[in-house]
Design a protein around this ligand. Structure first.
Ligand code: GDP
Ligand code: MG
Length: 162
């Protein structure tokens, strides 16, 4: 079965998106970075298409406080294991150098990567999301994992790439 992994810096809303897609409160969402203990997978069906959804962000071995290194390793693992990747950034936090670093890693892969900006809860964040065009990706999805905005559109494109 195809695997779709959600990657991104801590606290951007990966687990919230995971829960939104599987419609369960399965991944632990927290205001503190790094709360997903492990890579978490679940089988989901979206628009009649079944695939494995993977939440990332847990601590791997090594220094659990080195979030940049942990996140980089999660991205490399996801690239290894997944058939498609959802990269998530945070419109409220704005464009972060860590986002650019991860995008540079993802760009080197030939797997389909979908770049999404989360926490676009309203018009104000929609404007913030625009700065992510600086990442230079062809397509940028604005989503609100908390409210569901834009998630269906993103998933339709992800499914089409599987
Ligand atoms: P992760 O570390 O990337 O898995 O992020 P989490 O899913 O744990 O979310 C981190 C924080 O962002 C939590 O406080 C969430 O409630 C919040 N969050 C997630 N999605 C949204 C969203 O769409 N809008 C807003 N305003 N907050 C969100
Ligand atoms: Mg998480």
């Amino acid at each position: 079965m195809s695997v779709v992994a959600i990657v991104g810096r801590p606290n951007v809303g990966k687990s919230t998106l995971f829960n939104r897609i599987c419609r369960r409160r399965q991944a632990l969402v927290d205001d503190f970075p790094g709360v997903t203990r492990d890579r978490l997978t679940t089988s989901v069906e979206v628009e009649g298409r079944r695939f494995v959804l993977m939440d990332t962000g847990g601590f791997l071995s090594g220094d659990p406080t080195d979030f940049a290194e942990q996140t980089r390793r999660q991205v490399l693992l996801a690239l290894d294991e997944a058939d498609a990747i959802i990269f998530l950034a945070d419109a409220k936090a704005g464009l972060h150098p860590g986002d650019e670093e991860l995008v540079n890693i993802l760009r080197r892969s030939d797997k389909p990567v979908f770049y999404a900006v989360n926490k676009v809860d309203g018009r104000e964040q929609e404007i913030h999301a625009a700065e992510f065009f600086g990442l230079g990706t062809d397509r940028l999805y604005s989503v609100s994992a908390a409210h569901g905005y834009g998630v269906r559109e993103l998933l339709e494109d992800v499914i089409a790439a599987l």
